[in-house]
Design a protein around this ligand. Structure first.
Ligand code: FES
Ligand code: FES
Length: 196
């Protein structure tokens, strides 16, 4: 008797921007295609479709991932953040606002991926992660200064065919500096409160 044909599709549930979506997918479907073709979340862009341009970058549990190299079935149970989930209602995220204010884009095709990457870069840097261009990677050296060179290296997985790199670096730097200043002010307030 011939073996029963194995199924090549499943119903999966994805947690995207805090909402649950259940959809049938062929097991070979990438997360990028599931977002764009099945769920109409077209903010995430397809550039190379082979992991080289970063246009399809999303966050998986807060970490950057190129969604063209991720199978949708493997993203079940992960918290997926796409560009559609970055703003707070009508209020743009500071990274989005900085890209807008500083002209961090031209055609805009790479911009959703750039913004998702920038969100993670700022978090990774604040957590003290070194990069390939960090001079002193010893833990006791503390958080490296987020220089333009550091930002360029950390954002190097995101290509921009329009060459908006100068403004992209400025936008990331502006938000990172503001976040650092906020963190410093909160720490100072906590010290004062503890001493009062
Ligand atoms: S489309 Fe995924 S890295 Fe280029
Ligand atoms: S703004 Fe056009 S590809 Fe980056």
């Amino acid at each position: 008797m011939a073996p029963a044909p194995s199924s090549t599709s499943s119903a999966i549930t994805l947690n995207i921007n805090g909402e649950k979506y259940t959809l049938p997918v062929d097991h070979r479907t990438t997360l990028l295609d599931a977002l764009r073709e099945h769920l109409d979340l077209t903010g995430t862009k397809k550039g190379c479709d082979q992991g080289q341009c970063g246009a399809c970058t999303v966050l998986l549990d807060g970490r950057r991932a190129v969604s063209c190299l991720q199978l949708a079935v493997a993203a079940e149970g992960r918290a997926i953040t796409t560009i559609e989930g970055v703003a707070d209602g009508e209020r743009l995220h500071p990274v989005q606002q900085a890209f807008l204010d500083l002209d961090g884009y031209q055609c805009g095709y790479c911009t959703p991926g750039q913004i998702c990457s920038a969100l993670a870069v700022i978090e990774e840097h604040a957590a003290g992660w070194p990069s390939a261009v960090t001079d002193d990677v010893r833990p006791e050296a503390g958080v490296p200064a987020l220089t333009a060179e550091e930002i360029r290296e950390r954002m190097s997985g995101n290509l921009c065919r329009c060459g908006a790199y100068v403004s992209i670096v400025q936008a990331v730097a502006r938000v990172a500096e503001a976040a650092e200043a906020d963190a410093g002010a909160s720490a100072e307030a906590e010290v004062k409160e503890a001493a009062a």
